[in-house]
Design a protein around this ligand. Structure first.
Ligand code: PMP
Length: 433
């Protein structure tokens, strides 16, 4: 029995499914998840001493590579001053300012500890600010596990949603309208029917939780214009894409160019440099509705934790333009290598992109992937053999076809060569499935 097998068996005695976050259990690809004991640069090391080139990068935070020396030393220095003070500390505003500097329309920032908390607060704030109840979300977008956003589409356009998880009440789900992504007509119909009671649209800046789906040109601007016209807010969820898709998130590839800002943004992952911090940001007039200035309550014992702030400041300070140029170069090279390997096997596929992020979808070359229905219609069965062939070759991919792939500043040519070398056999395995 390998160490990972043993650890997984022990973990299952202690935690539901042996994990603290479901995707780690390898439910959709099968097999024993390797338990990781170390991470450095572009590599992970498992409990059996096997090394992997990591294309998950902690789902984004390892932007500069694992155990980046500047982040490690900032964290060590912060630890030496104390772990948590239960009072305000200088670095909170400093990290907030770094976020403000890169994102249009972020005038105030509130630190929280997880992306879920950020979106939960954004939704409550939008309701408190507008005095309205309904939230529009798009099918296939994930915004964390708050009840009201764990809602699935009802039948037809602009119907009230049904619960997407046991434990979510029908009444809560009915406060959310779930629409197909990239569908402007559905948005217009929803506003025509429910406009006076819609508090906000929440959207991933570019969806990355049904695989990557590129927003059609002008779609985010359309959402901004539509919400503005109807007195609702636009919440742009950059938890995954923030400071990752580009130096100013996916907004940097849309709003910054098209000249619009979200009313509220949510951030997570990258801004904590690997430690648990996340944030909500946006227009001062809206943000100042939060307590202590306004009537919308929100709080957090460990919010703005000094160790996490130090990691986030080091991360954003060292995430220079050169880093994003490198990510773009390596991401492009990887996509080209995938296309080459798949084409050699005659494997039908498409690649969806959101800045430096991308994902592959099997059997979708004709239509592409524009929404959740397209993502679900792909040949998902090809991913597990592809994934396991890569894993055997020492490449750690996202353990689900519905997740994005991440490279880091530490993915040098040697790491990339290892990935390229593993692709042909994995493409063969996917093709044979
Ligand atoms: N929003 C998006 C777009 C996400 O991808 C995620 C997590 N994958 C979340 C929110 C929730 O963040 P967390 O897991 O930190 O609660």
């Amino acid at each position: 029995m390998s160490n990972s097998e043993l650890l997984f068996a022990q973990a299952r005695e202690v935690m539901p499914g042996g994990v603290n976050s479901p995707v780690r259990a390898f439910g959709s690809v099968g097999g024993i998840p390797p338990f990781m004991v170390g991470a450095k640069g572009a590599y992970l090391t498992d409990a059996d001493g096997k090394e992997y080139v990591d294309l998950v990068c902690s789902w984004g935070p390892a932007l500069l590579g694992h155990s980046h020396p500047e982040i490690q030393s900032a964290v060590h220095a912060a630890v030496d001053h104390g772990l948590s003070f239960g009072a305000s500390t200088p670095d909170e505003a400093k990290l907030g300012q770094l976020i403000k500097d890169r994102m249009g329309g972020v005038e105030r920032v509130r630190m929280v500890s997880t992306g879920t908390e950020a979106t939960m607060t954004a939704v409550r704030l939008a309701r408190g600010y507008t005095g309205r109840e309904l939230i529009i979300k798009f099918s296939g977008c994930y915004h964390g596990h708050l009840d009201s956003l764990l809602a699935d589409a009802g039948s037809g356009v602009a119907t009230l949603a049904l619960p997407g998880s046991a434990g979510v009440t029908a009444a809560t789900a009915a406060e959310t309208l779930v629409l197909p992504y990239n569908d402007r007509a559905a948005v217009e119909t929803a506003f025509a029917e429910h406009g006076e009671n819609i508090a906000a649209i929440i959207t991933e800046s570019a969806p990355c939780n049904m695989g990557v789906v590129t927003p059609e040109e002008g779609f985010n601007k359309f959402l901004k214009d539509t919400t503005a016209k109807h007195g609702a807010l636009l919440i742009v969820d950059e938890v995954l894409t923030g400071f990752r898709a580009s130096s100013s998130g996916y907004w940097g590839l849309t709003g910054k160019i098209e000249g619009w800002n979200a009313d509220l943004y949510t951030f997570g992952k990258v801004i904590g440099g690997g430690l648990p911090t996340a944030a909500l940001g946006g227009r001062a007039e809206v943000m100042d509705y939060l307590a202590p200035l306004g009537p919308v309550y929100q709080a957090g014992t460990l919010s703005g934790n000094p160790v996490a702030m130090a990691a986030g400041i080091a991360q954003l300070t060292h995430a220079t333009d050169d880093v994003y140029t490198h990510l773009t170069k390596q991401s492009d090279a990887l996509q080209e290598a995938i296309i080459e390997a798949f084409t050699a096997e005659g494997l039908d596929h498409s690649i969806q992109r959101a800045g430096t992020l991308f994902s592959v979808a099997f059997g979708t070359s004709e239509k592409g992937v524009h929404n959740y229905a397209d993502a679900q219609a792909q040949e998902t069965f090809r991913y597990a053999p592809f994934f396991h062939s890569m894993l055997d070759s020492g490449i750690y991919l996202p353990p689900s076809v519905f997740e994005a792939w991440f490279v880091s500043a530490a993915h040098d040519d040697a790491a990339m060569e290892k990935i390229f070398a593993a692709l042909p056999a994995a493409a063969k395995a996917a093709s044979a499935a």
